[in-house]
Design a protein around this ligand. Structure first.
Ligand code: B3K
Ligand code: ZN
Length: 875
């Protein structure tokens, strides 16, 4: 397998003006006819036409009307080259494929008897020969022909310009996309589906037709996706002045899909998980996911589609920016300051849970990678979530208005172009007259920077000095790093818990100042400070860094009770909890008695009972860092000890706060009709966290409470929470509840996914139990959602069992990665990542993990996807 380097970029040899595609759709034998009008690229330094193609059967190839023969062109690997070609060329290409045999869910494939496509990043080349690279943007016209009764709905990008019958039971539809686009944004759907549709008035008075397409029987689950789409359109008009540029915008749901959704121009294709919802089958988290993903894909229409990436190394140009936009959208939809802060807390949690470990492991890469073997391996939390943090930092440095100016300039300069991350940075800098040269290192250097802070209060002078220093650990290929440009938002709390006024260089700087740390070490000086302050550093998580400050427990308790910045208030609680989790884990290892101090318990009680705080905030404040987050803090990871310590801590809290938890359980009921809004969801979140804590120290009354909730709840959020509580506490009714749950929802695939997921992550579920679940008739390894619900939730969400001392979890992992790889390399490769951090485990585990990795890596014909992941892990 070949490594591709960013530095090797060369422009395409030919550009494509127009593409006409004709599809004769048949599951076994689909004929694809393509007509490309091409012109030599004046910027190219090389000659000849270069087309990509994978697993295609070439039937005929004509250039300017002349049939080409072997010798006129050569095919080597994925490239078809025509060395001698005039400047203006029309190519006519006919190829054959068998979509029904395609289990990779990449390119053109069949799901539940229907045709779908997935082309990003390089799927188009398995549909037809084409210069399949994002810097080749062309106008597409698509003709679809298929059996009318089996595939009554024929969709592609843009506008429907013609449709009709062909006789012999077949029909056709012709689609034209008015905008030029790269091939990765092409899509088609040929299916038996139904839709919810609506005409929506855009800001400029035009009308757009909005459609949500689903399988028959799911029309009662499309309202929230439609509402989210309308909200997205409005929001982008208002916040960024960006309007829908099409007359028609379609969302299509498919149950076999490798990721969340895909932003194909005008024809977004979605995993059913991010479309289908009603209160009976979907949880609050599902609803929030639908809003975020519908928004995300819609926002790509400008950030990704109108302005796209020059090459795949620039992926974060569209993904980081679009995640930032969907995050802001979700926050604005809630509308309150605490609501916004809660979304921010959730983002920080994701970053720490998934991105920091990636940045510290064998797959670490910069937000703009320098090389890859398989591009599909780089749709990562680093490119997406850290990329979004990088975009957020522009806004923190430039302000909302400055950021908007930068966005406006970006579109003014680059509309309908394929550009680089540097072009975005230049637009931000130029629109604001700022030098953002050093900011480039956020794109080029991997690893999570560490900011170490120390404070010095001088009572006589009334000054507080904060010294910040930065460093960044080595990552693969990058032994040493240069300083980053880090915005550090800071506040100072007085003894009464209120923010002190900040005076910097004699000027009033409000109560939160954004310090710019650019050197390895810098000191910031505040004057007029009349008492020793408690610093609140990195407010709103102003940069994706690890912050070290020698906080005392007393200072953390002060911040936990009073910080005006909710994110840092939460953060103080997390620091208190993490210190205790680490201490208790060490105690488990040493065989010592486990104890939790009253100070901590009292702090938790106070927050729990403080009804002036949003329920959602209280829920987050009470949630302990996960087992894998604790693991990240340890030199040598002992998953069993972590699990026992965290369980013990939950149990202690559950019994010490029993009265208060029960009170909040009652106070946060949401009677009446279900609504997914943030306030109601927050109440359910706190109520169900209370139930989880109570179930950690269960007795008959608690079992009965969970059982009653399971029996009577009117929505899926409460049902799942109750079922989880019953199973995790090994309640007498657990097995029966599981069985009833299955029977009640056996034809709701997304609910059955939950049924598998809950069991996969339950502490009682060992490898043998997972294997038994794999034999269940409802299990299907070929369906990514189902595979994820069982295998991924076990390997990533049940660390104590996955890391069983006998190595059974690792052997299971190796087996599943290998089996999956033969079916679907993209999904297999994600599962392969579960072993990333193997070097950090105790020696006995490490040896077995290494063996499992070697087993996969030695297992003959590996995909480039899995091959890259395991070989990097073993390096
Ligand atoms: N752009 C797609 C992801 C494609 C993944 C290809 N392996 C979805 C998104 O980020 O919106
Ligand atoms: Zn995206």
């Amino acid at each position: 397998p070949q490594t591709i380097y960013r530095k090797d970029y060369t422009p395409p040899t030919y550009l494509v003006d127009t593409v006409e595609l004709g599809f004769d759709l048949d599951p076994e034998r689909t004929i694809v006819a393509s007509r490309l009008v091409m012109v030599r690229n004046p910027d190219s330094v090389r000659n000849g036409i270069e087309l990509h193609g994978v697993n295609l059967q070439l039937v005929a190839l004509r250039m300017n009307g002349r049939l080409l023969h072997a010798g006129d062109y050569d095919i080597s690997g994925d490239i078809l080259r025509i060395p001698a070609a005039p400047d203006d060329v029309t190519l006519e290409i006919e190829t054959l494929t068998a979509p029904v045999k395609n289990t990779t869910l990449n390119g053109l494939y069949v799901s539940n008897g229907n045709f779908f496509t997935q082309c990003e990043a390089e799927g188009f080349r398995s549909i037809t020969y084409f210069p399949d690279r994002p810097d080749v943007m062309a106008k597409f016209t698509v003709m679809l022909r298929a059996d009318k009764s089996k595939y009554p709905v024929l969709l592609s990008n843009g506008n429907l310009v013609e449709e009709g019958d062909l006789g012999d039971g077949r029909h056709y539809a012709k689609w034209e996309d008015p905008f030029k686009k790269p091939s990765y944004l092409f899509a088609l759907v040929a299916a038996k589906l139904v839709c919810q549709e609506e005409t929506f008035r855009l800001k400029d008075g035009r009308n757009a037709l909005l459609q949500v397409w689903v399988e028959d029987g799911n029309l009662d689950k499309t309202d929230y996706a439609m509402q989210s789409l309308k909200n997205s359109i409005r929001w982008d008009e208002e916040r960024f002045g960006l309007e829908l540029d099409l007359d028609r915008f379609m969302i299509v749901a498919v149950s076999d899909f490798n990721m969340g959704a895909m932003e194909n121009k005008g024809l977004n294709i979605f995993n059913t998980k991010f479309v289908l919802a009603n209160p009976r089958v979907a949880t609050d988290v599902d609803y929030a996911g639908i809003e975020a993903v519908v928004g995300h894909e819609y926002f790509h229409n400008w950030t990704g589609n109108r302005v796209t990436c020059r090459d795949w190394f620039q992926l974060s140009l569209k993904e980081g920016l679009t995640v930032f936009r969907d995050q802001e959208f979700s926050a604005d939809m809630i509308g309150t300051d605490t609501g916004r802060a809660v979304t921010r807390i959730e983002q920080v949690r994701t970053l720490r849970q998934a991105q920091f470990p990636e940045d510290a492991g064998p797959m670490a890469h910069p937000v703009r990678p320098d090389s890859f073997v398989e591009i599909n391996n780089f749709y990562t939390v680093t490119v997406y979530e850290k990329g979004a943090e990088v975009v957020r930092m522009y806004q923190t440095l430039l302000g909302r208005d400055g950021f908007r100016k930068g966005m406006d300039l970006y579109f003014e300069r680059h509309d309908e172009q394929a550009v680089e991350c540097d072009d975005f940075r230049a637009a931000m800098a130029d629109a604001n007259g700022r030098d953002l040269a050093q900011f480039e290192r956020w794109y080029s250097q991997a690893g999570t920077p560490v900011v170490t802070a120390t404070g010095r209060y001088d009572a006589a002078a009334g000054t507080f000095e904060l010294t910040l220093s930065q460093s960044c650990p080595a990552t693969p290929g990058q032994p040493s790093k240069l300083p980053f440009h880090i915005p550090v938002a800071l506040g100072l709390l007085g003894a009464d818990g209120k923010d002190l006024a900040l005076i910097v260089d004699g000027a009033n700087a409000g109560t939160t100042a954004v310090l710019e740390l650019m050197k390895p070490k810098q000191t910031f000086r505040f004057t007029g400070v009349k008492e020793e302050p408690t610093p609140s550093i990195l407010r709103d998580f102003s940069a994706p860094v690890v912050l070290n400050y020698p906080y005392t427990d007393a200072q953390l308790l002060h911040l936990f009770s009073h910080d005006s910045d909710p994110v840092n208030r939460w953060e103080a609680g997390q620091r208190l909890a993490m210190a205790r989790l680490l201490k208790m884990t060490a105690a488990v290892g040493a065989g010592d008695k486990l104890a939790l101090d009253d100070t901590f318990i009292d702090a938790m009680r106070k927050i729990l009972a403080d009804e002036s705080l949003d329920s959602a905030f209280r829920e987050n404040a009470l949630l302990l860092p996960s087992e894998s987050m604790v693991a990240e803090q340890m030199e040598v990871v002992d998953p069993q000890a972590i699990h026992l310590a965290r369980q013990a801590m939950r149990k202690t809290i559950g019994s010490a706060l029993r009265k208060d938890l029960l009170a909040q359980y009652e106070a946060n009921q949401t009677p009446g009709e279900y609504s997914p809004d943030a306030i109601s969801a927050g109440k359910r979140g706190l109520k169900n966290l209370a139930l989880a804590y109570l179930s950690a120290a269960p007795d008959d009354a608690i079992y009965a409470l969970a059982q009653r909730q399971f029996d009577l709840a009117g929505n899926m959020t409460d049902r799942v929470a109750a079922l989880t509580a019953l199973i995790h506490s090994a309640a007498p009714g657990a097995a029966d509840a599981l069985e009833r749950f299955y029977a009640e929802f056996d034809n709701e695939a997304l609910v059955i996914d939950k049924w598998f997921a809950i069991q996969a992550a339950a502490p009682v579920t060992d490898v043998a139990a997972v294997r038994a679940l794999m034999r269940h008739p409802a299990f299907n390894l070929k369906n990514p959602n189902r595979a994820r619900s069982l295998l991924f939730n076990f390997c990533n969400g049940n660390p104590a069992q996955f890391h069983a001392p006998d190595g059974s979890g690792y052997a299971f992992w190796a087996e599943q990665v290998t089996t999956l790889d033969a079916l679907n390399p993209q999904v297999a490769s994600r599962l392969a990542r579960s072993m990333d951090r193997w070097r950090r485990y105790a020696p006995a585990l490490q040896a077995q993990m290494k063996q499992a990795l070697q087993k996969v890596s030695g297992s003959g014909k590996l995909s480039s996807d899995v091959g890259e992941v395991v070989s990097k892990a073993l390096t």
